[in-house]
Design a protein around this ligand. Structure first.
Ligand SMILES: [Zn+2]
Ligand SMILES: [Zn+2]
Length: 236
């Protein structure tokens, strides 16, 4: 059984991904997903869309090719835990994910910096998912992240691309984080981080790691449509 929701997909709007919204959604339909999220990078990533793009996501239909389409963003966390979109853009979105990215204005340098920045971001109730928190480029203290995620109800992501084609060296840290999330009861999101349409809904490596680490199916907030609507407090 695979999750029926993939909230982490990029389109050509991100400036370094290769599919359109329509192509991503067609792939989601072909893979049998119930829900896809469009989550292009926030404006601090070079080549990413400007703030007007995020204000216009309301043009996306609610259902396309039989798949529910959610409007989101993968925002950039800064040193103090703030992100690169303000409340006017955020309130129009169905969900906000945020993560640490290089070349996107993040100035932290140490494990303490990364940990503080991510935990400060978790204190923002708009931010519901932290993307690729196991990234070895920004090695945060994993137990502190898992505890904070459980306390705030923010999901930590197990990113399938981190285990296959991006952020080399992620596997051991992601496995440790999954184990800690299981121990502390933190919510977990599984995302493809697709940068091409064919990668949409490819979640098998992350799911296998999640289950192997002892996470329960009920801890995975992206397991199906009802679960993600409940987690994001979206009324169907
Ligand atoms: Zn990212
Ligand atoms: Zn991404």
């Amino acid at each position: 059984m695979l999750p029926k929701v993939d909230l982490h997909t990029h389109t050509i709007a991100s400036g370094h991904a290769f599919g359109t919204v329509n192509e991503n959604v067609m792939e989601a339909a072909a893979k049998g997903l119930e829900v896809i999220g469009i989550s292009d990078h926030g404006p601090a990533v070079p080549g990413a869309p400007n703030i007007v793009y995020f204000s216009c996501l309301g043009f996306l239909p609610r259902t396309l090719h039989g798949v529910t389409v959610l409007r989101g963003v993968e925002a950039n966390i800064f040193h103090d835990g703030s992100i690169d979109l303000d409340e006017r853009q955020l309130e129009r979105l169905d969900y906000v994910m945020a993560g640490l990215h290089g070349e996107a204005g993040y100035a932290g340098a140490t494990a303490n910096d990364h940990t503080r920045a991510i935990i400060a971001a978790m204190g923002n109730p708009r931010i519901r998912i932290i993307t690729h928190p196991g990234n070895p480029r920004f090695p945060a203290h994993l137990e502190e992240l898992a505890r904070a995620a459980a306390d705030t109800g923010t999901a930590l992501e197990l990113n399938n691309s981190s285990l296959t084609c991006a952020r080399p060296g992620s596997s051991p840290r992601c496995h440790e984080l999954a184990r800690l999330c299981a121990r502390f009861g933190a919510p977990v999101a599984i995302g493809s981080d697709a940068h091409i349409p064919q990668a949409v809904g490819v979640l098998d490596a992350a799911l296998e790691m999640a289950l192997e680490a002892g996470l329960s199916w009920e801890q995975i907030v992206t397991r199906d449509r009802d679960a993600i609507f409940d987690f994001l407090r979206i009324t169907p």
